[in-house]
Design a protein around this ligand. Structure first.
Ligand SMILES: [Fe+2]
Ligand SMILES: [Fe+2]
Length: 172
């Protein structure tokens, strides 16, 4: 069963919600592909895209939180890094499993993956990110780049390991 966007998921009625919808759509696409028994390469590419876009979303949240002086910003940043680290391990496991010839093992791994993705996105949207709700107005103080650039465009900058050198990066 796919998870559709609900009004109660809303954080800011703006860019953060747009990002979360984007992530949810991507996860639903992956789940649909898994159910349709997509090929290993498609699944691997979709996971890698999701990782890149998730990283871009996290960097946006961190920039907006920093601009808003959100007290929990540092902890939230560490949580994001933990999520990305476990996501990376999960992608490695998926790719290893898909490279094996054992169909049973592939099926088991992909089906476990659906549960992991939905558990992650829901705990992120309706759990961790609620800390931003009281700071939505203050987040408007952030640079336009972080407030208005679409997630897909933001993600293109994540391809470079030199993200920290981007002129609009957090380090700037
Ligand atoms: Fe988020
Ligand atoms: Fe977050």
């Amino acid at each position: 069963m796919l998870i559709k966007w609900k009004d109660q998921f809303s954080i800011d009625g703006a860019i953060i919600d747009d990002d979360h919808r984007n992530l949810l759509d991507r996860i639903n696409y992956i789940v649909t592909s898994i159910d349709a028994r997509c090929c290993a390469k498609d699944a691997s590419n979709a996971f890698r895209d999701l990782f890149r876009v998730t990283e871009a979303h996290f960097r946006r949240e961190e920039a907006l939180q920093k601009a808003a002086s959100l007290p929990a910003a540092q902890t939230h940043h560490f949580d994001h890094d933990d999520i990305l680290a476990s996501f990376r391990i999960h992608i490695d496991e998926i790719e290893y499993s898909l490279s094996q010839s054992n169909d049973q093992e592939k099926k088991r791994c992909l089906s476990r993956s659906k549960a992991i993705l939905y558990r992650w996105i829901l705990s992120h949207i309706i759990g961790d990110d609620r800390v931003m709700i009281d700071y939505v107005s203050a987040m408007q103080a952030a640079d336009d780049y972080w407030r208005t650039t679409s997630l897909d465009e933001l993600a293109t900058h994540m391809d470079s390991p030199a993200i920290e050198r981007h002129p609009k990066s957090l380090a700037g």
